[in-house]
Unconditional design. Structure first.
Length: 403
């Protein structure tokens, strides 16, 4: 194995590192060196010193899920009194609020709810596009697409084609966790999507003309070598399709989960981000995960390979359920970018620049905490659910129309 100095020289020369070389850097290189190397790679790709962000809303349309991943504090089983499905009108109100603060997109993901048939998703997407033709739908992670494929008995490419016809604009990279099946079995997420199935959804999406993001949740039961394996598998698909716009990594949030354990440190996050920038040489953009790390580590990410501060978010439910509740509105995100010596620009999911911060163009209300899917205690059932057949006994009981 080459020395750390030789490996650093290889990265500086723009040469690709293989899995063994990446692991050696990840385990042995000083943190400051890893950061400098990642920053140099970032500077080669983005010499203009622009750091981007998007104003969108992260909405979880249901928390009912049959997957039962042991690292998730958000899901509720079928029939739980705490389970919910958002109504179309609720989602319209959330979109109105998003547009009011300059938002351009809805990031919509949710549980694998057996009582929401494929037609519910199609009707929802069409209804959103009918009311908001230019508003973007960044929706349904690969495991959700697989869930719909199983529910409808349709192949994944057909599911994607129908979702595009209904209004889907892009697919988020959720549900990747670690793309190694040994890990996925231990996390109880192998059943919702194997590593190969997750990657195949992304291949099909890219072939259909969609752009997607890629993610990695680390810090559960995986080894450092398996983190590198995850990155290499993403790199291989990107070599093949070129369809990923960005990569986002974050640390496992253990509070209130079945798996429990402890959270990785901020230094571990910065090292993981840096090695991702080095390995993912064919990804243009890396996002900082301030929502799990907080604003200051998010800001420090800009010296460890990140060139994007992610989303203003407006709403967040999954990470909050596991104990993290960081909030940064556009003013705070821009301040962090500029204090780090960069210029802040708004973008869309395709990383097209949309302009300067909205709050400098017009008055925007400050947002001091992230919204939630629903107010505590709201157990209302959307009226339109009676139009869709349920599969579970609990779902059927909810949809009985009173005389």
């Amino acid at each position: 194995m080459p020395s750390i100095t030789a490996l650093a020289d290889r990265v500086r020369a723009g040469a690709r590192v293989d899995a063994d070389q990446a692991l050696e850097l990840y385990l042995r290189a000083p943190t400051a060196l890893l950061g400098r190397l990642a920053d140099e790679v970032r500077a080669r790709k983005h010499p203009d010193r622009l750091v981007t962000y998007i104003i969108d809303r992260n909405v979880n349309y249901t928390n009912v899920c049959v997957a039962k991943c042991n690292f998730c504090a958000f899901y509720r089983p079928v029939g739980s009194p705490d389970g919910y499905v958002l109504g179309f009108d609720e989602l319209f109100r959330k979109i109105d609020e998003t547009i009011a603060v300059g938002g351009v997109q809805l990031l919509m993901q949710g549980g694998h709810n057996p009582d929401l048939p494929f037609t519910w998703y199609e009707d929802l997407f069409r209804a959103i596009k009918a009311r908001y033709p230019s508003f973007k739908l960044h929706a349904l992670s690969p495991p959700e697409v697989i869930h719909l494929s199983r529910l409808s008995q349709l192949p994944v490419p057909d599911v994607i084609a129908r979702l595009i016809a209904a209004g889907l604009d892009s697919i988020p990279g959720g549900g990747a966790e670690i793309l190694v099946d040994r890990v996925r079995k231990l996390l109880h997420c192998y059943g919702k999507a194997t590593a190969g199935e997750w990657l195949d959804v992304m291949r099909h999406a890219h072939r259909a003309g969609l752009r997607t993001t890629a993610t990695m949740m680390y810090g559960t039961v995986e080894t450092e070598a398996e983190r590198i394996e995850h990155l290499v598998r993403l790199r291989e698909v990107q070599d093949e399709t070129g369809g990923f716009t960005a990569f986002i990594t974050w640390s496992y949030q253990p509070d209130h989960t079945e798996l429990a354990g402890s959270e990785a440190t901020g230094v571990d996050y910065l090292r993981t981000l840096a090695i991702a920038r080095i390995v993912l040489d064919n990804f243009d953009n890396l996002q900082a995960s301030w929502v799990t790390q907080g604003g200051k580590v998010g800001q420090l990410s800009l010296a460890y390979g990140a060139n994007d501060m992610g989303s203003v978010m407006i709403e967040e439910n999954v990470v909050r359920a596991a104990g993290a509740s960081y909030c940064m509105d556009e003013v705070e995100i821009v301040r962090n970018i500029e204090d780090a010596g960069f210029t802040a620009k708004r973008r869309n999911m395709h990383y097209d620049l949309l302009g300067d911060p909205i709050f400098r163009e017009r008055a925007v209300p400050r947002m001091l905490e992230l919204a939630t899917a629903r107010a505590d205690g709201d157990t209302s059932v959307p009226d339109e659910l009676v139009n869709y057949p349920a599969r579970s006994r609990a779902g059927k009981q909810l949809r009985v129309i009173p005389n």
